[in-house]
Design a protein around this ligand. Structure first.
Ligand code: SF4
Length: 316
């Protein structure tokens, strides 16, 4: 999948326009697990929703997302038939609350398959059993249960199994571990890694918590204010962050041995709708220069990492 110059502009009720994505470019290879990291409001969920064609007018979407074809350009009915859940699916945020409390788990699988033209219930249940086993659940028991009989971790595993029911190439997981306790979180991360290894599943793993990403991903994309400011191999970005925002994100998750003096302090946060010229990180950046206030930085390759910062343009 290649995402190119993706822009999303939300029109607020007071007619203020807010650019939620400002030209996101991202190349996803088969079998990648990409951690998409950033704070609230950085555009992570908007990126996922744009990929799933879930952003409705009057919000404006521009740019392209190429799978076999440009999925942004095709009619929604064609996207729904050829791509949604078939090639590209999603585990939404707070997905544990999405299950219908009046339906047994088996019926969730049957309904999902039926919505995509698969009517053979026996075949669906067989596939559901396989997937639930893969998700480390007792399939026969789980399929008979109602959502209120399940823990948060079990519900999340079921949501992931539903997302891969039709064997998609790519699954977007939006904060899949955020509402779970640490032990369950760890176990879900192991399961996602296993799905990637056994099924060759490509995963876009969205999270605000950079500490969980190295457990599961081979690449990391750091988002800030509607853009990807750093993208590269996991170990390179975590051990040698280039962008000042990535540095501050990593430094803001101290270990037991971190000294207070090692923590990078960030300046004030801009308000929603505030129009910042130049690099949108400059009001908070400890390394800002005069040009940062006026010139938007371009992407620069530094070793294997793509970085959007004037600090690196100077040396090229
Ligand atoms: Fe900081 Fe300037 Fe780089 Fe932006 S372009 S991150 S303000 S140094």
């Amino acid at each position: 999948m290649d995402v190119k110059d993706l822009e999303v502009e939300y029109v607020m009720p007071n007619n203020i326009k807010v650019k939620a994505l400002k030209g996101v470019t991202l190349s996803v290879s088969k079998g990648d697990v990409i951690g998409i990291v950033g704070e609230s409001g950085s555009g992570k969920t908007t990126l996922a929703m744009a990929m799933m064609r879930m952003i409705k007018p009057p919000s404006i979407v521009k740019g392209s997302i190429i799978m076999d074809d440009d999925i942004m350009k095709m009619p929604l009915s064609e996207f729904n038939k050829r791509y949604r859940w078939v090639k590209l699916s999603m585990v939404p945020q707070a997905s544990q609350n999405v299950l219908n409390p009046t339906m047994r788990i088996a019926d969730h699988f049957i309904d999902t398959a039926k919505a995509h033209g698969i009517a053979d219930k026996g075949e669906v249940i067989k596939k559901a059993e396989e997937l639930l086993s893969l998700m480390r659940l007792d399939p026969h028991r789980t399929l008979r249960l109602y959502p209120h009989q399940l823990s948060g971790g079990m519900k999340q595993r079921i949501m992931i199994a539903l997302a891969i029911l039709l064997d998609p190439e790519i699954v977007i997981m939006d904060e899949p571990t955020s509402a779970l306790d640490v032990v369950t979180q760890s176990s879900i991360l192991d399961t996602i890694k296993e799905l990637n290894r056994k099924l060759g599943l490509t995963v876009l793993f969205i999270t605000h918590d950079i500490t969980v990403v190295p457990r599961v991903a081979n690449k990391i994309a750091v988002m800030y204010d509607g853009n990807i400011v750093e993208y590269g191999p996991m170990t390179d970005v975590i051990h040698e962050p280039k962008h000042p925002y990535t540095m501050s994100l990593i430094s803001s998750t101290p270990t037991m041995n971190t000294k207070l003096s090692d923590i990078v302090e960030l300046h004030e946060i801009a308000q929603i709708g505030e129009n910042i010229t130049g690099c949108s990180f400059w009001p908070r950046c400890p390394h800002r220069m005069d040009r940062c206030k006026y010139e938007v930085p371009n992407y620069v390759m530094v070793n294997n990492t793509s970085v959007r910062c004037h600090l690196y343009e100077r040396t090229n």
